[in-house]
Design a protein around this ligand. Structure first.
Ligand code: NAD
Length: 296
């Protein structure tokens, strides 16, 4: 049994922390929200008074926070994790954040003798609750090996992507493909409607032809062809458009920082921004089809 400090007990972090409790670990939780702290305690977790106390007591620290600025503050800020953790503590940041922040925090942790991985996830709230998340992990071989035992409890697929920051890189590259391909599939359905081509026929043909992709065959953005896709329940998420927009913006930040040309990624970010501003923020990201049709 390890003592695990878990910071950020929100929609994702809350159930992830509870899976660690269920596996027999002592989990000291901390969140700014009293409600999140109460839920953690109700499920067998322990409350920490603050980041410093948690960091000093933990063998392993997991963070699941909104953005890079929160992660940098919690790790590198005064009275934060790096000021208080024991040397050799293993740190796992599962938040989705910008690559530059992930690399900076990892370097600061290593300079203090800690091991750290960036380990963002896909699989959403259902994956967090069910312990079936996919983790994309960046960090040294040693840090990855140390983290794997804990990630195995919270997830089903654990992939070592490479050195620090490559977990975040994998996450935003994958989601940039997803955002662009969802727009492409949605445009095709909108065009088919205008041309009098039945949506089921387009699905049947393209899902076995060269237009085949996950956005079409596993997450079809129009109701009918795939009964389980969010399109059949009025685009309730699923994966919210606001989350997709966050990841597309992170991809653009990374592309600018690294000097990569990603014109379709930029266009996808612009379209999701317009969709979110038009009220689509809390809808599933496949709802972009309504925006493209002019009916959102
Ligand atoms: P959330 O807003 O539900 O949870 C974040 C939690 O962090 C909140 O409870 C908040 O109170 C807490 N927090 C913020 N600042 C803090 C601080 N300084 N100290 C302590 N606690 C603090 O968000 P979420 O949906 O759980 O997402 C967490 C991360 O996971 C994000 O980076 C998100 O992009 C990523 N993610 C989310 C999903 C999803 O489907 N929700 C899927 C994949 C990845």
């Amino acid at each position: 049994m390890s003592t695990i400090g878990f910071i950020g007990l929100g929609n994702m972090g809350g159930p992830m922390a509870i899976n660690l409790v269920k596996a027999g670990h002592r989990v000291l939780g901390f969140d700014l929200s009293d409600k999140a702290m109460a839920a953690h305690e109700a499920e067998g977790g322990e409350k920490a008074a603050g980041v410093a106390e948690l960091a000093a007591a933990a063998d392993v620290i997991v963070t699941m926070l909104p953005a890079g600025k929160h992660v940098r503050q919690i790790y590198e800020g005064e009275g934060g994790i790096l000021d208080n953790a024991k040397p050799g503590t293993l740190m796992i940041d599962s938040s989705t954040i910008d690559v530059d922040s992930a690399r900076a925090v990892s370097a600061a942790a290593q300079a203090k003798g800690m091991k750290m991985v960036d380990a963002p996830v896909s699989g959403g709230v259902a994956g967090a609750a069910g312990g079936t998340l996919t983790f994309m992990v960046g960090g040294s071989e040693e840090a990855f090996e140390g983290a794997k035992a804990y990630l195995d409890i919270m997830g089903k697929t654990i992939v070592h992507a490479g050195d620090a920051g490559t977990g975040q890189a994998a996450k935003i590259c994958n989601n940039m493909i997803l955002g662009i391909s969802m727009i492409a599939v949605s445009e095709a359905f909108v065009l088919a409607e205008k041309l009098g081509l039945d949506k089921q026929k387009l699905f049947d043909i393209s899902s076995t032809a060269s237009g085949q992709c996950w956005s079409l065959t596993s997450y079809c953005p129009v109701p009918g062809p795939l009964p389980a896709s969010p399109a059949n329940r009025d685009y309730q998420p699923g994966f919210a458009a606001a989350m997709m927009l966050k990841d597309l913006k992170l991809a653009q930040e990374a592309a600018n920082s690294a000097g990569a040309a990603t014109p379709l990624g930029a266009e996808a970010a612009a379209l999701y921004s317009l969709f979110c501003n038009a009220g689509g923020e809390t809808q599933d990201f496949s709802g972009i089809v309504k925006f493209l049709r002019g009916t959102s």
